[in-house]
Design a binder for this molecule. Sequence first.
Ligand code: S3P
Length: 178
Amino acid sequence: MHGTNIFLVGLMGAGKTTAGKLLAKHLHKTFYDSDHEIERRTGVNIPLIFDIEGEAGFRSRERAVINDLSQKSDIVLATGGGAVLSPENRENLKTRGIVIYLRASVEDLWQRTRHDRNRPLLQTNDPRAKLAQLFEQRDPLYREIADITTDTSKQSAQSLIHDLEEKLKHFDKTLCKP
Ligand code: S3P
């Protein structure tokens, strides 16, 4: 496990950042969050990037950050929910680490994001319907690259981490490092 990267994927509100920080601490790895890295590099927040450059501009920054971070070693990376839309990101994540899909129901995702103003894609009249649509579109993409899929709905962060650590222990993936 030493040196191995762990990449967390899943929709907004799945708990990638929370789980990622805890997992990194438990496994003594360095934690990164692709959205935070984009904000650090640009000096502005995600909604402003969407405002000025549109989703396409944001996605291109996201690709660059994921390409850079996934080349590190011994990290846990929480990716933005839309990272899997790019075939390049999917390939980089799949080949440079173990991919964990944090899967949650649309209802839970909605409960966890409903008061949030930091996610431009959910600033619509019906964010719940938007989440349902994103789930339908992206669930197959998360599944396509996931080595481990875990349901986050019914467990606390602590039990989720315990479950993931158990699954990771038995994991034996030959990593094709670039
Ligand atoms: C997005 C998810 C967000 C962020 C951006 C777009 C998406 O990250 O990257 O608002 O397309 O699902 P989180 O999944 O961390 O909320």
